[in-house]
Design a protein around this ligand. Structure first.
Ligand SMILES: Nc1ncnc2c1ncn2[C@@H]1O[C@H](COP(=O)(O)OP(=O)(O)OP(=O)(O)O)[C@@H](O)[C@H]1O
Ligand SMILES: [Mg+2]
Length: 233
């Protein structure tokens, strides 16, 4: 579904992503793990059209590199950004409406219902301002907002950030469920243990380059990964 080849992201003189290549096959969960500053967010932003990279990004065999963000979104790619970025002064429903910006009015109601089924907590709070939600609830809302565009590829940038372990499990359970329903997922995480338990395939990103890749189960057992990312001796 997604084929990234020789992707480079520069911020002025900073070379944040250094020619990485990776694939996200249809129906799979792929994770990119790495420490602070490894280039994880830059990679997702490049795919979403939020920074101007070099290289090649094929989505369903179509070259989308440097296409405008709204076009990439229309093609079926959605990003749940780092730090959630929900619109705190808008209600839950209004936030969902923003996510469905490319939908016809008549399509919105059934989509809201779908989201409320997936995230019952959002239904109870539909008319409440998003800023009044807890961190975990805001993360659910951010995911629901992204799903409103009915993306073929859902990308998430550190959805576990700042959440209690129990809530992280809830979020990851939802990702597992979404994947079962056929959604393809590209997950960026520092929480390597959780991400590798969920994913089919993983890539380790260090200083803008991929240093290791493999089946997620294999990476969980890899000594280097255990030492550096799972905090084991
Ligand atoms: N807008 C920007 N301007 C200049 N440098 C940037 C910008 N955004 C990111 N960088 C730099 O690019 C590198 C990669 O950053 P990026 O945010 O992609 O890392 P990350 O893996 O997502 O890190 P984190 O886990 O902290 O979110 C870092 O060195 C960062 O300082
Ligand atoms: Mg980041």
């Amino acid at each position: 579904m997604l084929k990234v080849k020789d992707l480079n992201v520069y911020y002025g003189v900073i070379h944040a992503v250094k020619g990485i290549s990776f694939d996200v096959p249809n129906g799979k969960i792929v994770t990119l793990i790495g420490a602070n500053g490894a280039g994880k967010s830059s990679t997702l932003k490049a795919i979403a059209g939020l920074v101007k990279p070099k290289g090649s990004i094929l989505f369903s065999d179509k070259e989308i590199i440097r296409h405008p963000a709204h076009e990439i979104s229309k093609l079926g790619v959605a990003l749940v950004p780092e730090g959630r970025r929900v619109f705190i002064n808008l209600t839950i429903l209004e936030n969902l409406r923003m996510g469905g910006f490319n939908k016809k009015i008549s399509e919105l109601e059934p989509l809201y219902e779908k989201m409320f089924e997936l995230f019952p907590i959002l239904k109870e709070r539909a008319h409440q301002k998003a800023g009044t939600l807890s961190g975990g609830e805001q993360q659910m809302l951010a995911i629901a907002r992204a799903l409103m565009s009915e993306p073929d590829l859902l990308m998430l940038d550190e959805p576990s950030l700042g959440l209690a372990p129990l809530i992280v499990s809830e979020v990851f359970d939802i990702l597992r469920e979404l994947n079962k329903q056929g959604r393809t997922i590209l997950l960026v995480e520092q929480n390597a243990a959780q991400a590798l338990k969920l994913a089919d395939y993983g890539y380790v990103l260090e200083n803008g380059a991929i240093t290791l890749e493999g089946e997620a189960k294999g990476l969980l057992e890899n000594d280097e990964v255990r030492k550096r990312y799972l905090g084991e001796d």
